[in-house]
Design a protein around this ligand. Sequence first.
Ligand code: COA
Length: 277
Amino acid sequence: MSSPIDIETADVSYLPDFMALVTEVGWPHTPEDVSSLLLLGRPWRAIDRESRETIGVAIWWPMGRGCGRVGLVIVSAKFQGYGIGRAMMQKVIEDAGTRTLMLLATEEGKPLYDKLGFESVGLTQRHQGHYSLSSTIERKTHPARLADLSEIVALDARVTGFDRSSMITHMFDTGKTNFLRAHDQITGYAIARPFGLGNVLGPLIARNEDDAEALFAATAGPGILRIDRLIEAEKLGQFLEAKNLPGHEVTHSMARGSPPVCRGNGHIFTMASHAWG
Ligand SMILES: CC(C)(COP(=O)(O)OP(=O)(O)OC[C@H]1O[C@@H](n2cnc3c(N)ncnc32)[C@H](O)[C@@H]1OP(=O)(O)O)[C@@H](O)C(=O)NCCC(=O)NCCS
């Protein structure tokens, strides 16, 4: 690589550049998916100074004052290995200030994050397949209305330690949300929304496995379905396998700084996405 590069902030007007790189690496995101990631995050791009071509992208999402997540980190194949990934990540780290940053690392991305001080704090597995059942409204699950949103956001913050209010509001607006209630309090919720080739089901937060399965059954609909399951939710993994949703690659969840403290009486079973945790 001969020409120097610049690292600059970006916005949604660069959607075609971000989509070109997403397509190059073969990720499933649609333009709508990437547009939401851009609108809710702080995007950066690496530019070849001579051609002004976008040759790398990265986005991070503030989730409260103490935390953020990073995703959509891509360097175009012919520019890889020249320090562009590292330079973009350094801008992201600088921009995020003292926040703990978390991400899900691909096999290719992990060596870069290792070198930047990220440490593995868990594993997730992608399940994907053609789900054939219609949603079954169980006695205890309820479809969420706008009036339930603030309580869902509060539960999510207690259980994850992240303030994901803008992301959850977006997912609520574009997807289907169900929740569980006990003793007059929301104790679990799940959202399914369009993503990539079909739908993704997550976040799914619940007190226990039975609640998680009830939320899954109420929220999943027929078609291509993806679930990013925390590896420790083993029983849910078997449940998904039995529903024709086999497990695929396992991905490292990594943190730079102390992961947020979780105070809620609930567990994360599935993630919203690689980007939003
Ligand atoms: C991951 C990716 C962004 C790295 O970008 P890059 O510009 O090639 O990385 P850099 O050249 O800045 O490398 C940064 C450091 O990581 C190391 N590194 C990068 N890829 C590596 C690999 N596959 N194996 C070992 N080390 C690697 C480099 O040696 C370098 O170390 P150094 O700075 O101490 O010399 C790029 O490979 C990519 O776009 N991959 C496809 C998409 C993807 O998987 N993204 C990650 C999403 S989580």
